[in-house]
Ligand binder design. Structure first.
Ligand code: KG4
Ligand code: ZN
Length: 333
């Protein structure tokens, strides 16, 4: 696979992390994330207007830090890449506007990147011999999809959630259990000392499917909290919730691998930071002789490094956007 050989400055502002990275080929030279988590914590979730304003404050210092840590100056850059879809439109606009200004001022190419393609190609950083086609499980706060990746840029969705995303199941479950925002990491921490078999929870869809449904899980956790009241063991509930989500994701992913006759599975997106999920899929793949790739944790949760990797492939193929590049709240892959 050909990759762009000059330094790319990549920018990601689609949700609640302001991020900038310097990427050369498949090498992520710097990947700076200015998190807004503390600010949104007091509201228990992302407030779009506040997110956009915080991106505006953080964007220039974050870009400068990425350049400094990456050891490059503005004049060394070969292209600017930016997440332009999908996401919170006010948040996206901050990154897109900064990217356009830099590309025009420096006279270098501009490229808009789909956030999910960034997640999917984040594995380029670690898997030089990534086989195509392969199956990809994308699990984030907004998406849960199984995708057949025929080649970089050629994606066929082979399974998806019919309601909540896996990340939402973690986040909503955590909120019901009184754990902090964002929920995924809080559930993982609480689950450490818990018994995953204590509270049986529903697995959503049954039968021979590669789709997901997590909304029943949220309702079941709500019922459990109502029923147990103060007697609830939060660690056991967190462990039970995590084990159920991990088990469902593993079962469906391995079914998709089998159906597609894939030689490899990749795990990407914010929920890919979950250690129990990483271990479960690694073990399942090992059992059936399928290669398993998942990026290091800092490339799983939202970051600009993954946007630079996806751009590296598209720029090398000659793709460019012009100054008319728009920030789009919704967009298919
Ligand atoms: O990809 P991402 O950073 O943002 C979106 O594009 O949505 O994913 C965020 C999601 C949140 O739901 C968060 O709770 C979840 O990833 N997450 C985790 C972990 N770390 C982040 N879920 C489970 N275990 C984790 N360790
Ligand atoms: Zn994401």
């Amino acid at each position: 696979m050909r990759l762009f050989d000059r330094p790319i400055l990549a920018i990601e502002t689609s949700c609640d992390e302001t991020s900038a990275a310097v990427v050369v080929g498949r090498e992520v030279r710097s990947n700076v994330v200015a998190s807004q988590i503390e600010m949104h914590r007091k509201w228990g979730g992302v407030v779009p207007e506040a997110a956009a304003r915080a991106h505006l404050e953080a964007i220039l210092p974050t870009i400068q830090e990425a350049l400094d840590r990456g050891g490059v100056g503005l004049r060394d850059l070969g292209a600017i890449a930016v997440t332009n879809r999908p996401g919170l439109v006010g948040a996206l606009s901050v990154g897109v506007t900064a990217a356009k200004g830099l590309a025009v001022a420096l006279g270098i190419p501009l490229l808009g990147v789909h956030h999910l393609e960034g997640h999917m190609l984040s594995v380029l950083a670690i898997a030089e011999a990534l086989p195509f086609p392969h199956t990809c499980l994308i699990v984030s706060g907004g998406h849960t999809e199984l995708v057949s990746v025929r080649a970089p840029g050629e994606y066929v969705v082979v399974g998806e959630t019919r309601d909540d995303a896996a990340g939402e199941a973690f986040d909503k479950g955590a909120r019901l259990l009184g754990l902090s925002y964002p929920g995924g990491r809080a559930i993982q921490e609480a689950a450490r000392s818990g018994n995953p078999r204590r509270y049986p929870l529903p697995r959503g869809l049954s039968g021979d499917t590669t789709d997901f449904s997590f909304s029943g899980l949220k309702t079941a956790v709500l019922r459990l909290v109502e029923k147990e009241g103060d007697a609830i063991d939060v660690a056991d509930a967190a462990a039970s919730l995590q084990a159920t989500i991990v088990s469902v994701l593993t079962e469906r992913a391995m079914r998709a691998v089998d159906r597609m006759d894939s030689s490899a599975l990749t795990l990407v997106g914010g929920v890919a930071a979950n250690v129990a999920l990483r271990e479960s899929l690694a073990a399942a793949c090992k059992r059936v002789g399928v290669a398993f790739f998942t990026p290091p944790i800092d490339l799983c949760t939202d970051n600009a490094g993954m946007i630079g990797l996806a751009a590296s492939h598209r720029l090398a193929a000659g793709e460019r956007d012009d100054i008319g590049l728009e920030a789009l709240p919704n967009a298919d892959l």
